[in-house]
Write a protein that binds this ligand. Structure first.
Ligand code: CP
Ligand code: NVA
Length: 311
């Protein structure tokens, strides 16, 4: 097995990678899934810092387990335990941390802080979620779609709800690899404009079709995958009431909405989910739901990323 090398590179967005590099990571993740002990010890002696400014279950634990199974070790750094929380500049933190560790994975409130961290860090920086992008999630989602349908190009994703960080990274992943994506969100909750433009540019090469609408029924027509995410992302709690008014009931993914998609369409969600807000309980806990598979795949895609950058 040849590991496609991203040696020493940052991963702030899938836009940083070519389609071949993304496919290389997915192939590697798929191999790692077949043999959980594969490459164990390969990261012997490597130390990864996990800097988290927001809570996390999947991202933190999948990265920690990935590092450990590959023979490295990790240090979890909660924002409040760092001098960052007392105003130490991101640049100073980056210079110091990168003199100790081999890679920094960071979950930040502001994407610009991640860019600043990467700018001043001598070691690679991986985005473990920002307000703008969540590349590690999208890698696991693409692996999940590939496993289910045996292909990626030509698959149609319908994204229903908030045009948030996960929507942005899905847009980039899909447009790099030739998946079609139709995004239905209320006015004012569209994905990031720069990401839409990048996706349009990617699509010229990959053949993706990208559609933006406010109509969930239009978006799910002929869809293979219906995706959604929370209507109230971390850091937006103060907007909760107003957001629920905007999104509900029209943007909830329901059994009824699935009737308009392909009969074999599946449901995907990065988790954590709020049942009966963005998704009906019977959908997320039903047979067409791939959410547990997506979460499980976070481990293998995390391993693939770490091996390619550090291995
Ligand atoms: N999907 C995801 O990133 O989950 P966590 O917030 O639990 O890491
Ligand atoms: N959009 C969500 C994703 C959580 C994994 C958030 O940012 O809170």
């Amino acid at each position: 097995m040849i590991v496609k090398s991203l040696r020493g590179r940052d991963l702030l967005s899938l836009q940083d990678l070519t389609s071949e590099e993304i496919l290389g990571l997915l192939r590697l993740a798929s191999e790692l899934k077949k043999d959980r002990r594969m490459f164990c010890g390969r990261l012997g002696g490597k130390i990864v810092a996990l800097l988290f400014e927001k809570p996390s279950t999947r991202t933190r634990v999948s990265l920690e387990v990935a590092v450990r199974e590959l023979g490295g070790s990790s240090i979890y750094l909660g924002f409040n335990e760092l001098q960052l929380s007392r105003g130490e500049p991101v640049a100073d933190t980056a210079k110091v941390l990168s003199s100790y560790v081999d890679l920094i994975a960071a979950r930040v409130r502001r994407h610009d802080d991640l860019v600043e961290l990467a700018k001043w860090s001598d070691k690679p920086v991986v985005n473990a979620l920002s307000d703008l992008d969540h590349p590690l999630q999208t890698l696991a989602d693409l692996l999940t779609i590939w496993e289910r349908f045996g292909k990626l190009a030509g698959i149609k994703i319908a994204w229903i709800g908030d045009g948030n960080n996960v929507c942005n990274s899905t847009l980039i992943g899909a447009s790099k690899l030739g998946l079609h994506i139709s995004i239905a969100c209320p006015n004012g909750y569209e994905p990031n404009e720069k990401y839409l433009k990048l996706a349009e540019e990617n699509a010229v090469e990959s053949g993706s079709r990208i559609e933006l609408t406010d109509d969930p029924e239009k978006a799910v027509k002929d869809a293979d995958v219906i995706m959604t995410d929370t209507f109230v992302s971390m850091g937006m709690e103060s907007e909760r009431e107003q957001r629920l008014k905007v999104f509900l009931p029209r943007y909830r993914v329901t059994e009824k909405l699935f009737e308009k998609a392909k009969p074999e369409a599946v449901f995907m969600h990065p988790l954590p989910a709020k049942r009966e807000e963005e998704v009906e309980e019977s959908v997320i806990d039903g047979e067409r739901s791939l959410v547990w598979r997506q979460a499980e795949n976070r481990l293998y895609t995390a391993k693939a990323v770490l091996l390619s950058i550090l291995g």
